[in-house]
Design a protein around this ligand. Sequence first.
Ligand code: HEM
Length: 177
Amino acid sequence: MKGMVFTEFLEMVEMKFSADMVDDIIDDSAPPSGGAYTAVGTYDHVELVNMVVALSKRCDIPVPTLVQVFGEHLFGRFHTLYPTFFAGQASVMDFLEGIETVIHTEVRKLYPDAQLPQFDCTRDVGGLQMRYSSPRHFGDLAEGLIKGAVAHFGGGVQVSRLDQDNGDIVFDLRTLA
Ligand code: HEM
């Protein structure tokens, strides 16, 4: 996983908890990389999972909640860091429908070693279904990113999550009447 995901996570922990908490969760999880991440580096995503587990133990907030909160935070950071991806996007449905075909496709060009999930999108009247699949199983991160996107575009969209037997997750987005 790209280092920017790690640096953004640790910055969020420092902001919402403290710099000591950052040191503590790195100590607790003893990442093979040593915990000094650079934005352009690439690291094992398990190191991130282990740090979230360590944070969960220390702050007594469930892992899925922490990962979702991080997803919402990360969405805001993506918006700041990659404003061009948002230009001309009329609605959250249009934006999210293009995650696979536009945004992550561009991310792949920028970072050929990026490990990205797959989103299969189906649009219908008033809604969008997104099937998420990834061997890294970061569905909670996807949920946080999707909810961050909905909030960014002004809300008014209900997000439901249907976990599938094969590990995929279908996110159903409906415009609220
Ligand atoms: C401007 C917006 C976005 C940018 C620039 C972006 C870029 C990235 C980057 C750089 C990674 C890390 C890849 C790696 O570590 O190798 C990533 C991972 C990921 N992205 Fe995006 N992303 C954006 C929006 C979104 C949105 C809105 C969603 C949800 C629909 C999403 C879902 C994910 C997930 C779930 C991962 C974790 C990897 C996995 O699940 O296998 N991204 N993205």
